[in-house]
Design a protein around this ligand. Structure first.
Ligand code: ADP
Length: 667
């Protein structure tokens, strides 16, 4: 190990961040203290956690604590902890580079933002960790010793793009951050951070919930001869340690005593987020299993929300002591966006990942946590529909997973579901509202799945439903395919895909008339359909008369038990190994459409008319494109279309076979 100071370069991103800090016009520079205290608290958590298996790591004869000391004459502010500390390598990798994901994210956001005001605000909201020290100090020193080792390291930088590391003099575990403060300048938001009152008010504002004492040594007049404080050299003053924070964990304080701002600060501390949460909830269980909890729903989804294997969980405490940072066992996976703490009286301090899984309390907690979060969402939906809508927009896709994965929560999730629908171009609808709007003769809840609202809303298969003013749910989220598969019905009404099976939506007298009309058409068109089937043998399993279409000539459907085209698409992209060759579809034809009538006339005149092959391709291609699927083999369709365009341009639309010949005819 080198014994001489070594000068190293900051990583490019770190340098960028430092420059930002040094030149920051952000006025609430006091957040640097929140960040440094938060780091110290994390270091103490880590130590306490490691000490569960090796108690020799704990400092001997000393309480775990954070100390803030000021030297007004030398303008030095020191933040000291006796936590886990860092090795030389850790200092270089943690402090020389950007460890936290939030910071990387912030730099990306900053890159996008043009507005300086916005930039400034972002610094404050993000909380940029250790580097925020450079908003108030021009030189920062960090001296640290890792618990269980004997060497300490001194890190120092004046933020000029380099830093030095050298052996330190510290002889006990933990970390001291020493700030050489810039001159105070109230106009630039630079208060005097050596002032006792300033320090204590900043700590109270941001760090009151920290679970370790944050102590400050203050000077006061000596009381009398028996004064037990440390007496100053003049004999008249006394020094005394004052604890600045309440230390009462937020989840143990009466709910009404904690302000929204305090909840928000706590959330930011545990979630590493710079935004306020959108919702917090508190609950407590007493009885066979005892625990208290504070949970948060963030305002934005993290980038890894939809990734398989993304880390999630709640902080697990055993009687006020954190035993695990991301405990998955206490949070249903479909609520993996939730952050917070569960503090249990029933789990042992030395719980490990393995024993965790066998702990019966945790299963109970997970179920209860699931219920409470879903209840809180239901309450939000009742009381603030707009806010609920926003939360749903961020996390709805994940919540939907619960319908398949957690049947015991299904009854609570169903009322939370929101979908796009033909009822309104913007507003989402819940199933209950859908049912309330159902027409008297309507027996099912109809839906269509597809890639986007633009595609499904223009799909020919919904025409007859829209004409009858039956509402159709537009299910455009990939998970929806799996959702409807599990959901099956709501309020006694089956959920039915408008694109599946042989639908007959007419009822009463209208149904009778429509049925007769269809029978006549069916008889008339059967031979034409067989001819079209011959031409489309490769791609279509049946050509039949449709009851779904009103204005379009054709659409594609599948049998009731077949996979929907959207499901096929999902499998092809997500699980290519499982994807089958594309299934053959049913081509449904609108018997009343002009094109079909004309085509039928041609067919009657000459059943071998070459135009019929062209029209078969065109109808099939039309129906394929309408549902947002690509045409697998575009050649025949394009040639048929080209032929049609040529004839139309020449004004000779009634003379078939003028255009390029279909492949089969040319061969
Ligand atoms: P964050 O705390 O969000 O990870 P920081 O830039 O504040 O980001 O700190 C970077 C890393 O440096 C921390 O993750 C931690 O590993 C280490 N660190 C910072 N302060 C301390 C400290 N007081 N004790 C031990 N490690 C620390």
């Amino acid at each position: 190990m080198p014994t001489q100071p070594e000068t190293l370069q900051f990583e490019a991103e770190t340098k960028q961040l430092l420059d930002l800090m040094i030149h920051s016009l952000y006025t609430e520079k006091e957040i640097f203290l929140r960040e440094l205290v938060s780091n110290a608290s994390d270091a103490l958590d880590k130590l306490r956690f490691s000490a569960l298996t090796d108690s020799s790591l704990l400092p001997s004869g000393e309480e775990l604590q954070i100390r803030i000391d000021a030297d007004p004459d030398r303008r030095i502010l020191t933040i000291r902890d006796n936590g886990i500390g860092m090795t030389r390598e850790e200092v270089i990798s943690n402090i020389g580079s950007i460890a936290r994901s939030g910071t990387q994210e912030m730099l990306e956001e900053l890159g996008k933002s043009k507005d300086t005001k916005e930039t400034l605000e972002m610094i404050g909201r993000f909380g940029v960790g250790f580097y925020s020290a450079f908003m108030v100090a021009d030189v920062v020193e960090l001296e640290t010793q890792k618990a269980g080792t004997a060497e300490s390291t001194l890190w120092k930088s004046n933020a000029d793009g380099t830093y030095s590391v050298a052996p330190g003099e510290r002889r006990s575990q933990g970390t001291t951050v020493m700030l050489h403060l810039k001159p105070s300048d109230t106009d630039a938001g630079l208060a005097d951070y050596t002032n006792d009152w300033t320090i204590s008010s900043v700590v109270k504002r941001y760090s009151n919930y920290i679970a370790y004492p944050i102590r400050q040594r203050v000077q006061r007049p000596r009381k009398d001869e028996d004064d037990e404080a440390i007496i100053g050299p003049d004999g008249k003053t006394a020094f005394e340690d004052r604890t600045l924070n309440s230390m009462k964990p937020i989840w143990t304080r009466p709910e009404s005593d904690v302000t929204d701002k305090q909840y928000a600060e706590f959330y930011k501390h545990i979630a590493g987020d710079w935004r306020d949460p959108s919702l917090h909830l508190r609950f407590k269980a007493e009885g066979a299993s005892e625990y208290e909890s504070v949970l948060f729903i963030p305002s934005e989804a993290r980038g890894d929300l939809m990734l398989y294997g993304a880390e999630y969980g709640l902080q697990l405490y055993a009687r006020r002591v954190m035993v695990m940072d991301r405990c998955e066992e206490v949070l249903p996976q479909f609520l993996r966006f939730v952050r917070g703490v569960v503090d249990s009286s029933d789990i042992p301090l030395n719980i490990s990942r393995q024993t965790l899984q066998e702990n019966r309390h945790l299963t109970g907690i997970r179920k209860f946590v699931g219920r409470k979060v879903l209840d809180a969402l239901a309450k939000l939906q009742r009381e603030d529909a707009d806010k609920y809508r926003t939360v749903w927009g961020k996390f709805g896709s994940v919540i939907k997973e619960g319908i398949s994965t957690d049947p015991q929560h299904k009854a609570r999730i169903v009322p939370l579901l929101l979908f796009e629908s033909s009822n309104d171009p913007k507003e989402l609808t819940g199933l209950k509202d859908y049912v309330d709007r159902m027409k008297p003769d309507q027996t099912s809840i109809y839906y269509i799945t597809g890639e986007s609202r633009a595609i499904v809303a223009n799909s020919p298969v919904i025409e007859a439903f829209i004409k009858k003013e039956y509402e159709v749910l537009f299910l455009t989220d990939q998970i929806d395919e799996f959702l409807v598969d599990r959901l099956k019905d709501f309020d006694g009404k089956p959920l039915r895909s408008v694109a599946k099976g042989d639908l007959d939506i007419d009822s009463g007298d209208a149904a009778k008339a429509a049925k007769e009309e269809r029978q006549t058409q069916q008889q008339r068109l059967t031979s034409l359909f067989r001819k079209l089937e011959e031409h489309l043998e490769e791609s279509v399993k049946q050509v039949r008369l449709s009851s779904r279409l009103t204005t379009s000539p054709a659409c594609l459907t599948v049998d009731e038990d077949d996979m929907s085209p959207q499901m096929e698409r999902i499998l092809r992209t997500q699980a290519p190994d499982m994807a089958q060759p594309r299934q053959k579809r049913i081509l449904e034809i609108n018997g009343s459409h002009d094109v079909v009538r004309e085509l039928h006339r041609r067919f009657e005149r000459d059943s071998d008319d070459p135009a019929i092959a062209d029209y078969a391709e065109l109808l099939y291609g039309y129906a394929t494109l309408a549902e947002g699927t690509e045409i697998k083999n575009p050649g025949p369709f394009n040639r048929a279309l080209e032929g049609l365009m040529v004839r139309a341009a020449r004004g000779t639309g009634d003379r078939p076979g003028d255009g390029p010949q279909p492949e089969a005819a040319r061969a």
